[in-house]
Design a protein around this ligand. Sequence first.
Ligand code: HEM
Length: 111
Amino acid sequence: MNTMQIYDVTAYLDDHPGGADVLLAVTGMDGTDEFEDAGHSKDAKALMKDYFIGELDLDEAPDMPEMEVFRKEQDKDFASKLVDYAVQYWAIPVAAAGISAVVAILYARRK
Ligand code: HEM
């Protein structure tokens, strides 16, 4: 039977000597090559059973859809939103100062 072993390493992320990033990079994917490339010790392979959650029958299972990263960190237009807010905060005091100046000039001229 053509199978694939599934591991849930969520609880191991902080403890993995190779770091959480490499584990997250293969989330939802076949990480066999990456695991083998890291040259894991016998101890590491023995530890895997703690995180084993099941086996996938590749002959029966539908094709695994690739997981998609649909949002990376902040919104793309985060910077422009920040600029918009900055403009708002500037616009009101600047307008108030402008109006005061006009009123002051008119008041001064009246005398
Ligand atoms: C349940 C799954 C895993 C377990 C229990 C595990 C465990 C370990 C352990 C114990 C080490 C320390 C070195 C050793 O004893 O070999 C290690 C290192 C490492 N692991 Fe994993 N690992 C797992 C999955 C993965 C995966 C999927 C990747 C890659 C995508 C990976 C990449 C690495 C890397 C790059 C190192 C560092 C090697 C070094 O600096 O020498 N590991 N891992």
